[in-house]
Design a protein around this ligand. Structure first.
Ligand code: NDP
Length: 341
C-alpha cells in the first residue's frame, strides 16, 4: 500500500480527493533489487507541516517542490532492512531513510539510508524528533539565529509541537526564561510540567495576543521563535526588546490560505527603532552544521536533558488523518505514522 498524490489542494485542507491509498506490487526478491539498493520495510514516517506545501501544486514561500501527480508521497522515515544488495547494510538493520515513500515497503538506494546504532541511548524515534528534523530546526532557531544569553526572555508559538517543545527546552538549557503559546489547556500544562517552560498560555482562550504577551512576558521579548506567523507575529512586534531576534521557522496559520488572502503583518515599524533582526531559514541550508548539532543534541540526549513527546498514529491508512492533526490542536508533540511494527 502507498499514498499517492492525486490532485493538488490550492486552498483549505487536503482531503481524500487529493491523496489516495493504493495497492501496488513491490518486488523484494534478490533478483529484483538493483545493486547498491536495499528492500526496506517502513516502520515510522515523520509527519510534518511542509508536506502541505508539496500538495499545493506550485512552489510556495517554503520553496518545497510539488509532489508529482500519480506518484507516491515521500518524506523522512525509519525502516528495517529486509534484503540488501549493498555491503553496508544487512537484513534486520534499522535505518533512517531521507526520502521514504509513505508506503509499507520500498526499494531504497543505499545513499539515502543511514544505519541507526541500536546500542546507544538515542532511539530510532529520536532520529525523527530531537536528533532529527524538528531538533535541527529548533537548534538553528535557538542556537544559531537566536544566540541566547542567560536571563533573556524567549517566546515560542506552537510551543507544544515538534519544533516548539525542543526549542523551549534548548532555550531553558541556555538559562533563558521561556514562555510558550499553544491551543489547548492540556498542552499548556504539558509545557509547564513536562518541558519545564516558565509559563505558557492557550492562545485560543487568551485571544487578545497583545494583552497575553504583556501578562506573560512583562519584561518584553528578546527571542521569538515563530512557528505560526499571522496575528501572533504582528502582536509580538509590539513587545520586542532592543536587539531582539526573530527566527522565522514556519507560519502554519497561513499554509491553507490562498496567497492573496494571507495575513499582512503590521507593527514592522517597531523593528527599526528596536533594531530587531528577523531571519527566515530552511534546515537544508545548514547541513554543514549538522555534525555540531548532532554533537550537542547527542550529549543532551545521553544526559537525559531533552525529552520529546510523540503522538503515534497507527496504520498506514491514518496518513491523511495524521497530517490534518497538525492543522488543528489535536496533536501533541511530534506526530509519527507507524506503518509496521
Ligand atoms: P507542530 O508539531 O508544531 O504542529 C503544528 C502545530 O501548529 C499544531 O499542533 C497547532 O498547535 C499549531 N497550529 C496549527 N494551525 C495553527 C494556526 N492556524 N494558528 C496557530 N497555531 C496553529 O509542527 P512542527 O513542529 O513540525 O512545525 C512547526 C513549524 O515549523 C511549522 O510552521 C513548520 O512548517 C515549521 N518548520 C520549519 C522548518 C524549517 O526548516 N524552517 C523545519 C521544520 C518545521 P496548537 O495546539 O498550538 O494550535
Amino acid at each position: 500500500r502507498q499514498w499517492v498524490m492525486t490532485a493538488y489542494a490550492e486552498e483549505g485542507l487536503p482531503t481524500p480527493e487529493h491523496v489516495t491509498l493504493i495497492t501496488t506490487k513491490v518486488a523484494v526478491d534478490a533478483a529484483s533489487i538493483p545493486e547498491g539498493h536495499a528492500a526496506v520495510q517502513v516502520l515510522w514516517i515523520s509527519i510534518d507541516p511542509y508536506l502541505r506545501s508539496g500538495m499545493l501544486g506550485r512552489m510556495d514561500g517554503l520553496c518545497f517542490p510539488p509532489f508529482p501527480i500519480g506518484k507516491v508521497i515521500t518524506t523522512l522515515g525509519v525502516g528495517r532492512i529486509i534484503r540488501s544488495k549493498d555491503a553496508s547494510y544487512c537484513e534486520g538493520d534499522i535505518v533512517l531513510h531521507t526520502s521514504v515513500p509513505v508506503a509499507d515497503y520500498c526499494i531504497a538506494p543505499a545513499t539515502m539510508l543511514r544505519k541507526i546504532d541500536m546500542g546507544t541511548r538515542i532511539s530510532p524515534l529520536d532520529y525523527l524528533t530531537a536528533f532529527g528534523l524538528p531538533g535541527f530546526a529548533a537548534w538553528i532557531a535557538i542556537h544559531l539565529i537566536g544566540n541566547p544569553k542567560p536571563g533573556e526572555n524567549v517566546f515560542i508559538s506552537a510551543a507544544a509541537g515538534a519544533v516548539g517543545m525542543l526549542a523551549g527546552q534548548l532555550a531553558k538549557l541556555k538559562g533563558c526564561r521561556v514562555v510558550g503559546s499553544t491551543g489547548t489547556d492540556e498542552k499548556v500544562n504539558l509545557l509547564k510540567e513536562e518541558f519545564k517552560f516558565d509559563d505558557a498560555f492557550n492562545y485560543k482562550k487568551e485571544a487578545d495576543f497583545d494583552a497575553a504577551l504583556s501578562k506573560y512576558l512583562p519584561s518584553g521579548i528578546d527571542i521569538y521563535v515563530d512557528n505560526v506567523g499571522g496575528k501572533m507575529l504582528e502582536a509580538v512586534l509590539n513587545h520586542v526588546n532592543k536587539k531582539a531576534r526573530i527566527p522565522l521557522c514556519g507560519m502554519i496559520s497561513q499554509y491553507n490560505q490562498v496567497w492573496t488572502e494571507r495575513d499582512g503583518v503590521r507593527n514592522l515599524l517597531n523593528m527599526i527603532g528596536k533594531e530587531v533582526r528577523m531571519e527566515g531559514f530552511i534546515i537544508t541550508s545548514y547541513l554543514q552544521q549538522f555534525q555540531d548539532f548532532e554533537q550537542e543534541i547527542g550529549e543532551y540526549l545521553n544526559e537525559g536533558k531533552l525529552v520529546s513527546k510523540v503522538k503515534i498514529v497507527e496504520g498506514i491508512e491514518g496518513f491523511l488523518e495524521s497530517l490534518l492533526s497538525l492543522f488543528s490542536s489535536s496533536n501533541v508533540g511530534k506526530v509519527i505514522l507507524q506503518v509496521n511494527k
